[in-house]
Each structure stands twice: as structure tokens, then as C-alpha cells.
Design a protein around this ligand. Structure first.
Ligand SMILES: NC(=O)c1ccc[n+]([C@@H]2O[C@H](COP(=O)([O-])OP(=O)(O)OC[C@H]3O[C@@H](n4cnc5c(N)ncnc54)[C@H](O)[C@@H]3O)[C@@H](O)[C@H]2O)c1
Length: 341
């Protein structure tokens, strides 16, 4: 079968990547979707089982840092579009092993850019999925796309460094890139190290939600379906060379998030909610919040459609209905840690 477009998604077996791949494969049967993923510890083979047999889907297990493999893909597959999501993503781990974050997040992005730019079949668009964390924290300033980058942890520093690499290909070669900076994304199938699935998994095991530190930390939470719709809209309407914030006004203090999840999972009266919370020491420096403006993306017609009430209800239900999904991975890694992001 002839396809109209070939889309390469890196990190397509991860949380956001698997939702993006499933959406591309089912909505666009005339597009070929290639997923390049190393299948790191945060992946489950079950994430893409609904589409893995589709004729327009191809999986390649491999490392974005492997330039021979990546060059071969670009030489042989006529890639039109790249969504680059492959990354090491857990902030806490980035303090413990910053070099692995530098290798995958910076060097891997460099390998991919070099191969894409040199390919005989020139891609139309390279979308780099970055994060609001590159701005660093803010108590009152709301960041727009022109705000300075002040990453404050090894993870966000590698994402910012990769952004500079991506932008250099636009500045020097007019290679058609777009950068997205999104808020915290949540939804079904997210690995248990991230804050919402971590709280839900702890509660399912009859353990308390561990709240790090006493500072009033909050996060903006965007449902993964809204993130995917933003990425797909940017592919069609985004202006190359530009950066787009992808966010939501739904800001929730972490302690309130924990209380809400305790009520939903344990169904206890208000007076008993605190019995399910445990306060643990924080790392020395933690970003309290990352407020961003998304007008540039909204001007293209994007709105977050999934309300917090609906998104969290659906997410809690998914973890309730699929208690074994991550169990094997958790067993391989030992007990779920008290750290969160
Ligand atoms: N989750 C969020 O809240 C959020 C917010 C903003 C931006 N992002 C960005 O979105 C992207 C995806 O995030 P996620 O939450 O789905 O993360 P995730 O950890 O669930 O997925 C990352 C994926 O990258 C793959 N990967 C890691 N190293 C690789 C390598 N060397 N070669 C090939 N594949 C490799 C992993 O196997 C995994 O499938 C990341 O780039 C992240 O920085 C995430």
C-alpha cells in the first residue's frame, strides 16, 4: 500500500508517545507511522497492543543515540515528519545519573537532527517535545515563549540544551523545526514514577501518599488527549521555526492533588483524609510552580477540551481497572519509592 506521509515518532512506546502513536495510526490510515524506541524501564508492551498489528504501523527497537541506525532509517524510509519524544524523563533520577540524561536527551537529539537534516528525502517538519521546566520556577511571572530559559535540574537542563540544538538547525539551515513546551501531562498508562500514578499506586497498595517537603508546590496538569491534539494541530498549522507553550489553567497544589485522590480511591470522609498522607524530606531545591501562557497556540484554534474533573475520573478508573499493568515493572525494580515529580 502507498502511504501519503511517513511519520517517525521517537519514544513512541512511552506514556505520551504511545497515545500519540495510537492516535496517528487510527486517525490516519493513509499515513505510515514508525515508532523508534529503546523500550526503557518505563514502557509496557501492552501500551500499543491495540494498534501493533495495523498495516500502517512499524516498530523499531533502537537507541536514538545510535547514529548508524538513525541514519539508516532516514536513508531508507523517506521520513516526512518527526515527533521527537524519546528522552530520559524522571527528574529525581536526573540528579542521580545526569550523564545518561545528557546522552539521550542532548546527544540523541543531535544524532536525530543530523540524520534528518542530511536525509535525501527532506522532512517537512521536526517537532521537538520539550517542557515548561526549561523556564525554571516562578512564583508570579507567567512565562511566554520569549521568556529566558533558566532550567534548575539536570533533566530540564538537558531539555533546554536540546532545544538550543534544535533551534540552531533552524537558524543555520532553515531546517523546519517546531518546539513545544508543555505542562505536566497526565492520563492512563503513565509510568508509576510520576506523581499521579505514584499516588494512585500507593493507595491501591494501601500505602500513604508521600508528600515531599513542606513548601507549597503546585503543578499545572494537562490531559494527554489535549497534549496529543496540540501536537497534531501544530503539525498542520504550526509555523516552522516557532516555539509553542502547551498548557492549561488547571493548577493544583500537590497536597490538594493527594487529598483529592485519597477521596476518590479510598472514599473516606474529610476528617480521615490526612491519615493517608505522609510527609517526607524534599530534595534541597525544588521548583514550586511553572506558570505559562498559551495564547500563541490558542490563536491556531487549540483549546484544552478535557476538564480536570473528567480527566482525573477517567485516569483513576483506568488505574483501578488495570492494577496489573505496571506490576511486573514495579516488581523488577523493587518497592515504589517515596520520590515524586
Ligand atoms: N510527561 C510529562 O508531563 C511531560 C511534559 C512535558 C514534556 N514532556 C516530554 O515528552 C516526552 C515524552 O515524555 P513521557 O512522559 O512520555 O516520558 P516516558 O518516560 O514515558 O517516555 C520516554 C520514552 O523514551 C524512550 N527512550 C528513552 N531513551 C531512549 C533512547 N535512547 N532511544 C530511544 N528511545 C528512548 C523510552 O523507552 C520511553 O518510551 C519527553 O521528551 C518529555 O521530556 C513530558
Amino acid at each position: 500500500m502507498d502511504f501519503n506521509r511517513t511519520v517517525l515518532v521517537t519514544g513512541g512506546s512511552g506514556f505520551i508517545g504511545s497515545h500519540l502513536v495510537a492516535s496517528l495510526v487510527t486517525r490516519h490510515s493513509d499515513w505510515r507511522v514508525i515508532n523508534l524506541d529503546i523500550l526503557d524501564y518505563c514502557c509496557s508492551s501492552r501500551s500499543l497492543e491495540s494498534i501493533e498489528d495495523r498495516a500502517n504501523y512499524t516498530f523499531i527497537r533502537g537507541d536514538v543515540c545510535n547514529s548508524r541506525l538513525v541514519n539508516h532509517i532516514f536513508r531508507t524510509e523517506n521520513i516526512d515528519v518527526i515527533f521527537h519524544l524519546a528522552a530520559k524523563t524522571h527528574v529525581e533520577s536526573s540528579f542521580e545519573s545526569p550523564s545518561s540524561f545528557q546522552r539521550v536527551n542532548i546527544d540523541g537529539t543531535g544524532v536525530l537532527l543530523g540524520a534528518a537534516h542530511q536525509a535525501q528525502h527532506q522532512p517537512q517538519c521536526f517537532i521537538y517535545v520539550s517542557t515548561d521546566e526549561v523556564y525554571g520556577a516562578s512564583l508570579d511571572q507567567v512565562f511566554d515563549e520569549t521568556s529566558p530559559l533558566r532550567p534548575s535540574n539536570p533533566y530540564s537542563a538537558t531539555k533546554a540544551a536540546a532545544e538550543y540544538l534544535v533551534r540552531s538547525y533552524w537558524d543555520k539551515h532553515k531546517f523546519p523545526i517546531i518546539i513545544t513546551r508543555s505542562n505536566n501531562i497526565y492520563g492512563p498508562r503513565q509510568y508509576t514514577e510520576k506523581v499521579i500514578p505514584r499516588f494512585l499506586t500507593l493507595l491501591q497498595m494501601d500505602k500513604k501518599c508521600t508528600i515531599q517537603g513542606s513548601l507549597p508546590k503546585s503543578r499545572h496538569f494537562l490531559h494527554v488527549d489535549d497534549a496529543v491534539s496540540a501536537f497534531l494541530l501544530l503539525l498542520e498549522k504550526g509555523i516552522v521555526g516557532e516555539i509553542y507553550n502547551v498548557g492549561t489553567s488547571c493548577e493544583i497544589p500537590i497536597i490538594q492533588l493527594a487529598r483529592e485522590l485519597v477521596q476518590m480511591v479510598k472514599n473516606v470522609p474529610d476528617s480521615d483524609v490526612n491519615d493517608w498522607l505522609e510527609f517526607v524530606p524534599d530534595r534541597p531545591r525544588v521548583d514550586l510552580r511553572y506558570p505559562i501562557k498559551c495564547e500563541k497556540l490558542q490563536q491556531l484554534g487549540w483549546r484544552a477540551e478535557v476538564s480536570w474533573a473528567e480527566g482525573i475520573r477517567q485516569t483513576v478508573k483506568w488505574y483501578h481497572d488495570n492494577p496489573d499493568f505496571w506490576r511486573e515493572a514495579i516488581e523488577n525494580q523493587g518497592p515504589i519509592s517515596s520520590k515524586s515529580h
